[in-house]
Design a protein around this ligand. Structure first.
Ligand SMILES: [Zn+2]
Length: 184
């Protein structure tokens, strides 16, 4: 097994059970304490805070996340995808990385895979998710499948919300119907 002994609980655990950190020379190494021990330590620490201290901490964490989202929108997107996939369906595959999304963005030349409109890379504003029609979002081509490389495309937020959980051919059919009905 490719693993390490946790400094805290002294148990041999797989590498995936450790968070990593980046050294100054660029190499990535596992932390000395396993994820479970870290979570426990955080829990104890948070329980020791006063309401006021907790509010200040939450605000700071929120600010930090927001800054990260603004500075690294693609990384933020990848993180959101992994988080949401895990939350909605623990077994859902989310095999796309930020590097892959970056590739996709380049391949699609920053344009929506459904509408061909240029997408906007800003993912956040003051209130959180940018309520913006052309904001970039990650779409599963077939909504019954997970976020695999073949099943992932970048589309505008508006296209993504309209397509919702419908199959792509059905969605395109509807768009044609709307377009025909409203054609001048
Ligand atoms: Zn441990």
């Amino acid at each position: 097994m490719n693993g390490h002994i946790c400094k805290k609980c002294k148990v041999l655990k797989p590498t995936l059970d450790f968070y990593t950190r980046k050294l100054r020379n660029g190499s990535v190494v596992p932390r000395k304490e396993c994820k479970a021990c870290r979570a426990l330590r955080d829990k104890v620490y948070i329980a020791s805070l006063t309401t006021e201290q907790l509010a200040r901490r939450n605000k700071l964490m929120g600010l930090r996340q927001r800054r990260f989202a603004v500075e690294h929108p693609i990384y933020w997107l990848a993180k959101q995808v992994r988080f949401r996939a895990k939350r909605t369906k623990p077994t859902r595959i989310a095999e796309i990385s930020a590097e892959y999304l970056q590739e996709l963005w380049q391949k699609q030349a920053g344009r929506c895979a459904l509408t061909d409109k240029p997408m906007v890379l800003d993912v956040l504003d003051k209130r959180g998710w940018r309520n913006q029609k052309d904001r970039v979002s990650v779409d599963r081509i077939n909504p019954d499948l997970g976020y695999t490389r073949e099943n992932t495309q970048l589309v505008t937020a508006m296209a993504n919300i309209c397509k919702n959980a419908y199959q792509q051919p059905d969605f395109i059919d509807m768009c044609h119907a709307v377009s025909a009905h409203w054609a001048a």
